[in-house]
Design a protein around this ligand. Structure first.
Ligand code: SF4
Ligand code: SF4
Length: 184
């Protein structure tokens, strides 16, 4: 005697699906909301005064399990300053053909220069355009801030102490170091 129960149960699943609310996403016209911590395109961040946070240390490149990052550091000078300290990231590339979005690079960054945005539309029609460089990774200067390079003396310690953006004046720095000195 053939078992008719199973085919009927199968049709039941199909009929149930026919009357359910459709869940089609109208992408790209109506993009679905992305989880706030989604790992999308990377971003190289700046301080409030426009200087770049990246110091060209290459820790992100060494942490990357997919060998997707290439960094080449270079020295700053007071006449051509990109970052507050000694060095900056002159070349910064991320190869999105390799990147697996794991986020290990942003964990490794000592200055929080590198973070990840929610931007996920990283498709292209050729391989070369999926290697992103600073022109597509570096955040724009904050409102009112100058782009880099800037003419500015090194004040790494102010940025380290969280006074970036209103980099303390020389008088303020001197007063603070005097206050920090132990009494003789
Ligand atoms: S997210 Fe992961 S794979 Fe992508 S660049 Fe960073 S460390 Fe490499
Ligand atoms: S992004 Fe961070 S870890 Fe990578 S080179 Fe720049 S400062 Fe170093």
């Amino acid at each position: 005697m053939p078992d008719f129960g199973k085919p009927i149960a199968g049709f039941g699943v199909m009929l149930g699906g026919m009357f359910r609310e459709p869940i089609t996403q109208q992408y790209p016209e109506e993009p679905a909301p992305i989880a706030p911590r989604y790992h999308g395109r990377h971003q190289l961040n700046r301080y409030d005064d426009g200087l770049e946070k990246c110091i060209g240390c290459e820790l992100c490149a060494w942490a990357c399990p997919a060998d997707a990052i290439f960094v080449e550091g270079a020295p700053n000078s007071d006449d051509e300053r990109y970052s507050p300290g000694e060095r900056y990231g002159r070349v910064y590339q991320i190869n999105y053909l390799r990147c697996i979005g794991c986020g290990l690079c942003i964990e490794a960054c000592p200055t929080r220069a590198l973070t990840m945005t929610n931007e996920f539309e990283l498709a292209d029609d050729n391989r070369a355009d999926l290697i992103y460089e600073k022109d597509r990774l570096l955040a724009p200067p904050p409102p009112g801030a100058e782009p880099t390079p800037q003419q500015k003396p090194a004040r790494g310690v102010d940025y380290y102490l969280g006074r970036a953006g209103r980099a303390a004046t020389t008088a303020e720095s001197a007063a603070q170091s005097q206050a920090a000195e132990p009494p003789r």
